[in-house]
Design a protein around this ligand. Structure first.
Ligand code: SAH
Length: 256
């Protein structure tokens, strides 16, 4: 196996892990699976057993000689940067019931990939993605912990995220520097009732300087209103953004 560092190539070689991840994709022949970064096909080969349609995006054309054996009338590999792909166009001729998205990808594009999937507004059954453990900790953090921040709340607006398993470095070749975690994203059906642009820009403001109090991160005009809301929630007015849960943030944004 050749691995290109600049493409974040760390291939899964642990069959137990491969089995567990692909088991999460409970697709049937009426479904569609989008795989991002198939590599040598460690996940693809198992996913094919579902008999679902598979569309895989792989940026590295040198892998063609290894991946072409998986291609048939159900499985198509698109050699392109996933971030530049036109997913809706690529899947427009495929009829499917449920959509599953899966990827074990370079960690430096984790957030752009999730953002792309989010902005495409695809409806999917499950998104299963391998991320760096520290990143997973931030994605699923709860308030009053150091990992809780803008990205936690941004993702929480759209998804219920569950940690499926931690994966040791030794499950990959070449062995990466960091530990990994497999996450499951489910689309929320009960999205918070708030103007999302206003909400996200307010959150950015609040978490601008993490160590500062909320008072110091927002405008004094806003803080006058926030102060009262904190009081009614029984909270100190010198609170920091990381202590505030989603419900209260929503309440605040709906009042300023
Ligand atoms: N899923 C395979 C490969 C993991 S390595 C496995 O688990 O073994 C990550 C893969 O993502 C590599 O094949 C790499 O070439 C590919 N990749 C990296 N950046 C990409 C991008 N922007 N779009 C699509 N694939 C990408």
């Amino acid at each position: 196996m050749n691995a290109k560092k600049d493409l974040g190539q760390n291939f899964l070689v642990d069959n137990v892990v491969i089995e567990k991840i692909t088991n999460e994709i409970n697709a049937t022949k009426n479904d569609l699976i989008i795989e991002i970064g198939p590599g040598y096909g460690a996940l693809t080969s198992i996913l094919k057993k579902t008999e679902a349609n598979i569309i895989a995006y792989e940026i590295d054309t040198d892998l063609k000689i290894y991946l072409s054996k998986y291609e048939d009338n159900l499985t198509k590999i698109i050699y392109q940067d996933f971030l530049k792909s036109n997913i809706k166009e690529d899947i427009k001729n495929i009829k499917y019931d449920k959509l599953f998205i899966i990827g074990n990808l370079p960690y430096y594009i984790t957030t752009p990939i999730i953002e792309k999937i989010t902005k495409e507004e695809l409806i999917f059954e499950k998104l299963v993605i391998m991320v760096q453990k520290e990143v997973a900790d931030r994605f699923v953090a709860i308030n009053k912990t150091k990992d809780y921040g803008y990205i936690t709340l941004y993702l929480k607006y759209y998804y219920d995220i569950k940690r499926l398993m931690n994966v040791s470095k030794n499950s990959f070749k070449p062995v990466p520097k960091v530990e990994s975690t497999v996450l499951l994203f489910l689309q929320r059906k009960d999205k918070p009732n708030v103007d999302k642009e206003k909400y996200f820009s307010f959150l950015k403001e609040c978490f601008k300087q993490k160590r500062k109090t909320l008072r110091n991160n927002v405008s004094s005009k806003d803080f006058e209103i926030i102060k009262d809301l904190l009081k009614t929630s029984g909270l100190n007015e010198n609170i920091r953004a990381e202590e505030i849960n989603e419900d209260l943030f929503i309440k605040i944004v709906n009042n300023i």
